[in-house]
Design a protein around this ligand. Structure first.
Ligand code: FES
Ligand SMILES: [Fe+2]
Length: 404
């Protein structure tokens, strides 16, 4: 099912008022432009790209203000009244499932005096009541009650609604776009849709989930998710035995939105509930949806991750593991709980291995002696990510996305 928000939209930021860039940031963008040539250099990003507040502001506008962002799985928003609240590059966002089954995405900032009507997290409710002066909003963001406002004749309660964002579901994944003029998501993902047919995403259920905070710039988490080379260093006991870091990466990156890379398993998977090809049994299929979304199909499990900036140096890592519904349908409650705990504790262990390492990288970004480095042939998708980032940052306001 695909739903596209058509209600009153959040205003698009006016970039004509953006102050001119400092010479340092202009230089940084010029360096990023180096990834846009046909055969770009296999070099890591300049260290300033992870530490510049000015570049982060540009990313907020040009990347996070205009891209489809993976934020949840539909099972987290299954029941009427279910909500997921989070922060995307400093913008609070809440997604709800309305009583009519439709999804809504909106800014939870109260239209009175800016109190957030809900804090980041998940839950279920029939309305949002602002904690400050108790204005009440429905699940679609419309104002349904405001205390002691009748004598203000300039106030029109019927026209008062939380600013709306675009939201779509794609095979169970929930994406949000803060740009009210966003193009539909599905055509962007057409290139990877056929790759995922045999994994039957629509028949999968969320068997475990997590949301963690990592103290690093979002690009440090994202570039790490674009390569398997680090598995030998960060994951010697967890992932190295099944997908060793020495393996070659088979990359396909012919769209700016969704790239695919494959890593061979040391032992082919033996699925019993899915009909996978020999290639699918033999490989981890990793898909990356620019800028923050990752889907990893590994035999009968699909792991989704999204690495969403909270600030310049903090990132929320949201994710979950999907399994075929047939695998859990005959399980009792205790067995399901045990399965969930197993998945979540294993994921927490692997995530902690990445987090510890990447937080150490973050501590280096301000060093005077940090520098760009040469990349290995084992990390080709990292350059693809840099190129997609450069495209997004360097495009003009009228160049999204058709002209790219
Ligand atoms: S700020 Fe929300 S009711 Fe006043
Ligand atoms: Fe990792």
């Amino acid at each position: 099912m695909t739903l596209h928000q058509t209600g009153p939209a959040a205003p698009r930021p006016d970039s004509s008022t953006t102050p001119p860039l400092s010479p340092e940031t202009a230089d940084l963008l010029a360096e990023l432009g180096g990834y846009l040539v046909p055969d770009p250099p296999a070099l890591s990003l300049p260290p300033r790209a992870f530490a510049s507040g000015e570049l982060y502001e540009l990313e907020r506008e040009k990347v996070f203000g205009r891209s489809w962002l993976l934020v949840a799985h539909t099972d987290q928003l299954a029941a009427p009244g279910a909500y997921v609240a989070l922060t995307v590059a400093g913008e609070p966002v809440v997604i709800t499932r309305g009583d009519d089954g439709a999804l809504h995405a909106m800014s939870p900032i109260c239209r009175h005096r800016m109190m957030p009507v809900v804090e980041p997290g998940t839950g279920r409710t029939d309305r949002f009541t602002c904690p400050y002066h108790l204005w009440r909003y429905g699940l679609d963001g419309r104002l349904i009650g405001a205390t002691f406002m009748r004598r203000n004749e300039a106030f029109d309660p019927a026209g008062c609604r939380l600013p709306q964002f675009a939201v779509e579901e794609w095979h169970g994944f929930v994406f949000v776009n803060l740009d009210p003029a966003a193009e539909a998501l599905a055509p962007h993902l057409a290139r990877i849709e056929s790759d995922l047919v045999n994994y039957r995403l629509d028949d999968m259920v969320l068997a475990g989930e997590w949301a963690e905070e990592w103290h690093c710039n979002w690009k440090i988490a994202v570039e790490n998710a674009h390569e398997n080379y680090h598995v030998m260093g960060f994951h010697p006991e967890t992932l190295e035995p099944s997908t060793p870091g020495r393996s070659d990466t088979d990359l396909r990156d012919d769209t700016p939105w969704a790239l695919r890379f494959r890593i061979p398993f040391t032992e082919p998977q033996q699925p019993s509930l899915l009909s996978l090809t020999e290639d699918e049994k033999a490989h981890l299929y990793d898909f990356f949806v620019f800028p923050t979304g990752s889907l990893a199909a590994a035999g009968e499990a699909v792991i989704w991750l999204s690495m969403l900036p909270l600030s310049l140096d903090r990132t929320q890592v949201r994710g979950g593991m999907l399994v075929p519904a047939a695998r859990v349908k005959d399980l009792g409650e205790a067995e399901r709980k045990e399965m969930r705990q197993g998945i979540e504790s294993y994921s927490a262990m692997v995530n902690a291995e990445d987090r510890r390492g990447l937080e150490a990288v973050q501590r280096s970004v301000g060093s005077r002696f940090a520098a760009r480095g040469h990349l290995s042939p084992k990390e080709p998708a990292v350059v693809s990510f840099y190129r997609n980032l450069a495209r997004a940052l360097l495009r003009g306001d009228d160049e999204w996305p058709g002209a790219l």
